[in-house]
Design a protein around this ligand. Structure first.
Ligand code: NAD
Length: 483
């Protein structure tokens, strides 16, 4: 099956922070992939805008190098690369001063979709919004894309929302959470709301519990200074894991429309219970073969920031009351994987007599190898009576749909094309972000008030042993962390 690529409308995209790490690793290679796929129209233009003194030729060389390093298999497509680089220009700009703005205004064309990607520190969001307005670079149809972290608590998130709202309507603001751009995450909505099979069972009557795991093998590395002020709760749970929880828990929206979807997600966040301290396990990795300890990497022997967190969360509504959501995320773990497991209840009566625990599990894998598996119970083949065994009913998109089924379009490029199309479904709305911080703040404040110290865990392990006990207390076990 050949996937259809529908070109977006011609656009001018300005990447503030166009020389930064995110632009180099994700945004620029992603745009090039869309160009090669025929989705970025030949008339589209991209302007890198950053502090570095550079001219357009210098920037084209910079973009070429970024694609060579991070473009993967498309890096060798020299013919397309030449044409793509012709679409690039560069302006040396100061978000807080006057430098570069008039030059930037001169590059903007009429009758094009205009998008401004704020790939800079959040402290500059307000300045950029103000300057864009002051220089008349935006109109009611212009869009801005903002990166995480969107605040570090409710107060700062509100401040950012206020700064942006001074110049842009909510319908123009695209808050990126790249987890929402993953193919499997969108497929989760298709599976839930496009089939009769799952939705009737998708509630506390049939679902025993849900596990969401985002495990990384890397430590904080060079991001120590930033990470020590953030921690796993702010860096991962408040945004990525919360978004995944919302997609699993939300009610069916009346239609697949940005605000209908986001309204339902918001209701989930508002229905989250406050989390009891004994339902949270925080951890810090020890030194190991993989590298120094967390405290060494953040250069603070007394740091109380968590590089790991596991928690049990209740959702107080009719659908989910009584079905816990267990979330965990951490660095320097055994394997890199992001997975959701919907674990169904045991049969209330087995006609096959005494058997081991058999239950259905729907596993949704975001990375690596995106796909879904439904664990079903069948008869173990061969003679020897009616012995039951669990086997995966593999919904491998690649097998079913051919090579295109395993579409590896990166989340960033998918989301940038959504910005150009003006589709906000996969972006966080301001009230969602604030609601998520309103839930997160008391948890973090509680740690500080009580002086909680994270447990330690071995590098390359599955996390602190206390996390195992968190589920064991409920007679449950975590799924294995494996790649
Ligand atoms: P970076 O430090 O590598 O790059 C920062 C960019 O901002 C540079 O291009 C710099 O020239 C520009 N800049 C700084 N001050 C400026 C000013 N006064 N005027 C104009 N331009 C200015 O940062 P990054 O890693 O690319 O991250 C950018 C944003 O994306 C941050 O908010 C970060 O939190 C977020 N983010 C990054 C990643 C990542 O993987 N790097 C992932 C998720 C989110």
């Amino acid at each position: 099956m050949v996937s259809r690529v529908i070109p977006v409308d011609p656009f001018d995209l300005v990447i503030f922070g166009g020389t930064g790490d995110l632009a180099r690793r994700k945004i620029l290679p992603g745009l090039f992939r869309r160009f090669c796929a025929g989705q970025m129209p030949p008339e589209a233009c991209v302007v890198g805008a950053a502090r570095a003194d550079m001219d357009t030729d210098g920037y084209r060389a910079f973009v070429g190098e970024a694609i060579a390093e991070f473009g993967g298999d498309i890096a060798n497509d020299t013919e397309n690369l030449g044409a793509f680089l012709q679409r690039m220009s560069y302006v040396s700009i100061d978000a807080r001063g006057e430098k570069g703005w008039i030059e930037l205004a001169g590059l903007m064309r009429e009758s094009m979709v205009r998008a401004f990607y704020f790939s800079v520190a959040p402290g500059l969001f307000g300045d950029l919004a103000e300057r864009l307005n002051q220089h008349g670079l935006t109109d009611a149809d212009s869009r801005i894309v903002v990166e995480k972290p969107f605040g570090r608590d409710l107060a700062t998130a509100k401040e950012l929302n206020r700064d942006l709202a001074a110049y842009f309507d909510e319908g123009q603001i695209y808050r990126i959470d790249h987890y929402l751009g993953k193919e499997t995450v969108q497929n989760l909505m298709a599976v839930r709301f496009g089939n009769m099979l799952f939705e009737p069972l998708w509630n506390s009557q049939y679902v025993d519990h849900i596990q969401i795991t985002v495990a990384e093998t890397v430590g904080v590395g060079g991001r120590g200074e930033y990470y020590d002020k953030s921690g796993a709760m702010r860096d991962m749970v408040q945004n990525h894991l919360m978004q995944l929880l919302c997609l699993i828990a939300m009610e069916p929206p009346s239609k697949f429309d940005p605000d209908a979807v986001r309204d339902e997600k918001l209701k989930v966040i508002r229905a989250l219970d406050a989390v009891e301290p004994h339902h949270i396990v925080r951890g810090q990795y020890e030194a190991g073969e993989e590298g120094p300890s967390f405290r060494e990497e953040v250069n603070d022997p007394r740091s109380r920031t968590e590089s790991y967190i596991a928690m049990k969360i209740g959702v107080s509504n009719w659908r989910w009351a009584g079905t816990p959501f267990y979330l965990r995320t951490g660095k320097r773990l055994k394997a890199r994987c992001s997975e959701i497991h919907v674990v169904f209840k045991e049969l209330n009566h087995s006609i096959f007599g005494e058997q081991e625990d058999h239950r259905n599990v729907l596993s949704i894998r975001l990375q690596p190898n995106e796909g879904m598996t439904l664990g079903v119970t069948i008869k173990e083949p061969g003679p020897g009576g009616m012995r039951l065994v669990d086997v995966p009913l593999d919904m491998s998109f690649a097998d079913a749909l051919g090579a295109d089924g395993a579409d590896q379009t990166d989340a960033y490029e998918r989301l940038i094309m959504d910005v150009i199309r003006g589709n906000q479904t996969l972006f966080m709305r301001g009230d969602e972000v604030e609601a998520a911080w309103a839930w997160t703040d008391p948890i973090i404040n509680g740690w500080h008030t009580r002086g909680d110290v994270p447990k330690t865990y071995d590098s390359g392990s599955e996390g602190p042993v206390d996390a195992v006990q968190l589920l064991a207390r409920d007679t449950r076990v975590w799924r294995k962390v494996s790649s």
